[in-house]
Design a protein around this ligand. Sequence first.
Ligand code: CTP
Ligand code: ZN
Length: 156
Amino acid sequence: MDDNMKKKLKLKVSAINNGTVIDHIPATSLFKVITILGLDKITNQITFGTNLDSGKLGHKAIIKVSDKYFEDDEINKIALIAPHAKLNIIKDYEVVEKKVVEIPDKIKGIVKCFNPKCITNNEAITTCFKVISKEPIALKCRYCEKITNEEQISMR
Ligand code: CTP
Ligand code: ZN
């Protein structure tokens, strides 16, 4: 059997014609990635697989969105929950570009403020943080100015 044949057999989710393949998502973050990217609200064809074997992640998920190319600031929203996600841009069945996600300078929503007294934990207000450090992560709340660090992070 030739290498190409082996590669095709390895494909657990069908190849797509045009669009974006988001690979190496931790299986536990799949549904969060779907909501953060608003994939539950678009009409494009979407296929996904989860709990697939992956060397470094244990179990990974993959999402394939046909006929959609994301803006960098759109896709970077998933950096906190899928830091090793790899984007593959597909055109005419070929991978024409690979990208990694990058933690943005500002984060709206997604994360909870660590301060229980913060207004965002007591009223219906979307959180907003300035990223003051990316490695390890430290987020400064726009409302209470308290810092939420990597160990304290939890998702909304
Ligand atoms: N893919 C797809 N449709 C295509 C081409 C590729 O769904 N027409 C998917 C593949 O299934 C794979 C990802 O896009 O999950 C990246 O493809 P490729 O670069 O060929 O695979 P690998 O070399 O295994 O990628 P990696 O960089 O993750 O090692
Ligand atoms: Zn706060």
